[in-house]
Design a protein around this ligand. Structure first.
Ligand code: ADP
Length: 542
């Protein structure tokens, strides 16, 4: 027997329609690419998203068409998120930091009909124009006054398109499983693969971002979304903010410490979200200038493991609670969040941080398990570690156009490629990417553990640990580290520091210093490159 409840589809458009109507005055503040700070609100974003949908309709955009964006976080990008998905087309966010060949591959694979580009990226498009034959036009996200001189003959102006419409438009209703957005995984090996989100999955994910034990986003927040909108939909924040009418603060292209700090203070930011590398720069600026955060209460750190020292600086040094979160493009991306439980209230701050360094608990909706080599589930004892698998209504069921084949097992579990533990309270801790673990004499050494410990050594600003072949132990860890400017820290200092926290067999066999570590387009350590660079490296112990 079915329930007698209205079957209204969960649509992206309903989020912006809701906040346009009920939180119309709440601001969306952006550092614009043209320069000045721009202020708009939910009423205008809803109106202009509708105008955009009207304009795209006139350009021949239909339900299911892919529309690309190559843009920073800003209000026009937000209008595109809602306008494109709201009309039933697919908003395909493209990461501008990828190699040009990868961008060309992605645009052609997605068959983008139009692409929205920020001014910054017009040269990128010009360089790729011969490879993007199927794109009908590039819509430059600016006004007539700032339109660039360009040899491209199919450039359109965003403001001209939008302002030609009247906004008298009712968001169309369609099946909630209709695709709304597309995001390609960075693909450190092989070609990038497209994750295709649905209206329904995105709305359900937004409920989770707003839930108290999710990221707790509410109307009382002013959110600084540093995580890019081309990176797993800025962790779903633009949608969740619209769901509750939270103020959005968008940094545009300026993600350096001073610019972020200035925005945080000027806009009363209460919640920020970004990857550890961003916070490292921000905290560096704050420390050098002896600054304090006067409004920020919580910060979400994810994308890679949040180092303990960073968590301590935020929590103990600044009174900012850290929500350590784990997820992937394939998981929309929220999978786990590291909120503390009632029972942790009376623990010491050190014990509470022991919990904060874990990647957190599943939020309702996502199921999580770890399995051993035989595929059997391992105990949730916080000790056993194995392949991390996920299942749920905002987890991918397969990549766009079937790339990568079947990705779920018979019971619908998706293998994440991460290795971790789950403790009796459900806190998951990533011990490694399955391809990064160091297999030493039958034991597994977590490269992430060693990296985090090395980062705690005074004078070390960044560290990567990779496996180097070893005649006796198969593989042994090598630390590749970056020193703080002019710091005299030595190899011996690092090894000595690690002796305090690692077991003898986990201690790295060597430490080398480099000026800079390679990163992926999403700011993670690019270990494939390091493995390549150090492929002929001989350990002193070999
Ligand atoms: P996103 O775009 O959300 O960063 P990606 O798909 O690029 O996701 O990368 C996902 C991978 O990033 C995860 O499988 C995991 O290896 C790593 N990751 C994400 N969050 C964390 C975290 N908090 N701690 C450790 N690793 C993380």
């Amino acid at each position: 027997m079915l329930g007698l409840i209205q079957d209204r589809p969960l649509l992206i458009s309903s989020l912006i329609e809701y906040s346009g109507l009920n939180h119309g005055d709440v601001e969306i503040v952006s550092r614009s690419v043209e320069g000045p700070i721009h202020r708009t609100n939910y009423r205008n974003v809803n109106l202009r998203a509708k105008k955009l949908a009207q304009a795209l309709g006139k350009l021949g955009v239909e339900l299911g068409d892919r529309i690309g964006t190559i843009a920073w976080n800003g209000y026009r990008h937000m209008e595109i998120y809602f306008g494109v998905s709201g009309m039933g087309a697919v908003c395909h966010t493209i990461n501008p930091r990828l190699f040009p060949e990868q961008i060309a591959y992605i645009v052609n694979h997605a068959e983008d009909k139009y692409i929205f580009v920020d001014l910054t990226f017009v040269p990128l498009i010009e360089a790729l124009k011969d490879h993007l034959k199927n794109v009908k036009g590039f819509i430059v996200m600016t006004d007539e006054a700032h339109m660039p001189e360009s040899a491209l003959d199919n450039l359109l102006c965003y403001e001209t398109l939008v302002e030609a419409e009247d906004g008298d438009y009712a968001w169309p209703q369609f099946d909630e499983m209709t695709a709304c957005s597309l995001c390609y995984t960075s693909g450190t090996t092989g070609n990038p693969k497209g994750v295709l989100y649905a209206n329904r999955s995105t709305v359900l994910h937004s409920f989770c971002v707003c839930a108290n034990d999710g990221l707790g986003v509410s109307n009382r927040d002013s959110i600084l979304a540093v995580v890019p909108m081309f990176h797993a939909n800025a962790w779903g924040l633009p949608y969740a903010a619209a769901m509750c009418g939270a103020k959005m603060v968008m940094p545009g292209a300026a993600m350096d410490g001073p610019s972020l700090y200035e925005l945080m203070e000027a806009e009363g930011v209460t919640l920020s979200a970004g990857v550890p590398t961003i916070w490292m720069m921000l905290l560096g600026h704050v420390k050098e200038n002896n600054l304090k955060f006067s409004t920020m209460k919580r910060t979400v750190i994810g994308g890679s493991a949040a180092p303990r020292s960073m968590i301590e600086t935020f929590v103990d040094g600044h009174g900012v609670e850290v929500i350590h979160a784990w997820g992937m493009t394939e998981t929309s991306p929220l999978g786990t969040t590291g909120n503390l439980l009632k029972k942790h209230e009376n623990l010491s701050e050190k014990e509470r941080t022991d919990i904060r360094v874990k990647q957190g608990r599943t939020v309702f909706g996502v199921e999580l398990k770890i399995t051993g080599d035989d595929g059997e589930e391992l105990p949730r004892d916080g000790v056993a570690f194995g392949d991390l698998k996920v299942r749920g209504p905002w987890i991918t069921s397969g990549y766009f156009k079937g790339e990568g084949g079947q990705v779920l097992d018979d019971d619908g579990w998706f293998t994440t490629g991460d290795v971790g533990t789950i403790d009796p309270d459900g806190y998951m801790q990533i011990t490694d990417r399955s391809k990064d673990v160091i297999k030493s004499g039958g034991e597994w050494i977590s490269s992430i553990d060693v990296e985090n410990e090395a980062l705690g050594c005074p004078g070390i600003v960044e560290a990567a640990v990779i496996a180097i072949p070893h005649p006796k132990w198969d593989e042994r860890p090598l630390v590749i580290a970056v020193k703080e400017k002019d710091h005299a820290v030595t190899r011996e200092d690092v090894l000595h520091h690690l002796e305090n926290s690692l077991a003898k067999w986990q201690l790295p066999d060597d430490v080398v210093f480099v000026d800079e570590l390679p990163h992926t387009a999403t700011g993670k350590l690019l270990k494939t490159k390091l493995r390549e660079d150090f492929k002929d490296y001989k350990l002193p112990t070999a």
